[in-house]
Design a protein. Structure first.
Length: 287
């Protein structure tokens, strides 16, 4: 499994989001970093199907409300509202820039009825007054910004409070030996190249510095378009923290591999993982 799978560059998921990849009209002369991030990193249409199906599997009933923490441009929230007429979504993020982009480029693509089922909040995920939801989620490893155990525990405790009765807290994670060494990997998308750059990893603290670079065809490479100063949290650490935060059970969903050893975008509940160079998994906490 390569770093490509770590940021959800999965062939199967990308087929589901084919429209995003082939919409060349968005390749504007002015560089649109969020557009290229969506094309190379995210798979919101596949993500919401996993959220929906996992809730139904565990709770034996459909989820209606999703709160997307660290939502950025809230593409997942928009896809959630499009998935079912009964779905409502809440997006929460501190940064006004991606929120403004999401309103201009994603929210604007919803119809009037779908828009009424969206709520975007410029705020802190640690705010206890945030609305409750059937599913509270944090995607793209965004909570890795909490480097200290107490910080992450505080966030998990608040996520627990914000889950409705029978709610689930769902987060993704990644790791493996390949994530503990400096490496830059390039992926060619035809009209642009994407670079996932692990600049530094400290084995004493598990702190790591990552960058995303882009290079459009015929142009110079754009360095450090996105920057991530993270702590690499292990599954046992995360599971113990979620239990300490009050979640009753924590389930692990492990990504399978295709015939080439790449992540296939399919996650199954497991009690044991596999010895691989890099892995992606979801942790699901029952409130």
């Amino acid at each position: 499994m390569s770093k490509k799978s770590l940021l959800k560059e999965k062939k199967k998921n990308k087929k589901k989001d084919k429209k995003n990849k082939k919409d060349k009209s968005k390749d504007l002369q002015t560089f649109d970093k969020y557009h290229y991030y969506l094309r190379s990193v995210q798979s919101p249409a596949a993500d919401v199907v996993f959220l929906r199906d996992t809730y139904k599997e565990i709770r034996k009933k459909p989820a209606k409300t999703l709160c997307e923490d660290f939502c950025g441009t809230f593409s997942i929230s928009c896809e959630w509202t499009k998935l079912d007429k009964q779905h409502h979504a809440i997006g929460v993020d501190l940064d006004p820039e991606p929120l403004a982009y999401g309103k201009a480029h994603h929210l604007s693509q919803l119809n009037e009825e779908q828009t009424k089922r969206m709520k975007i909040i410029e705020g802190n995920v640690l705010d206890e007054s945030l609305p409750k939801a059937d599913i509270v989620s944090a995607s793209n490893f965004s909570y890795y910004i909490f480097k200290q155990r107490q910080q992450l525990l505080d966030y998990f405790k608040n996520a627990k409070k914000r889950c409705k009765k029978d709610g689930l807290f769902i987060i993704d994670s990644f790791g493996g030996p390949d994530c503990m060494e400096a490496i830059e990997e390039e992926t060619d998308y035809g009209d642009f190249k994407y670079f996932w750059d692990e600049d530094h990893f400290d084995p004493v603290t598990n702190y790591a510095q990552f960058y995303i670079h882009f290079k459009r065809k015929g142009e110079k490479k754009r360095e450090k378009v996105f920057s991530y100063d993270w702590r690499m949290w292990s599954i046992p650490e995360l599971r113990d923290l979620m239990l300490d935060a009050g979640f009753k059970n924590v389930h692990i969903y492990w990504e399978g591999e295709d015939e080439n050893g790449e992540g296939n975008g399919e996650f199954k509940r497991v009690t044991e993982g596999e010895e691989v160079r890099a892995w992606v998994a979801y942790l699901v906490g029952e409130a």
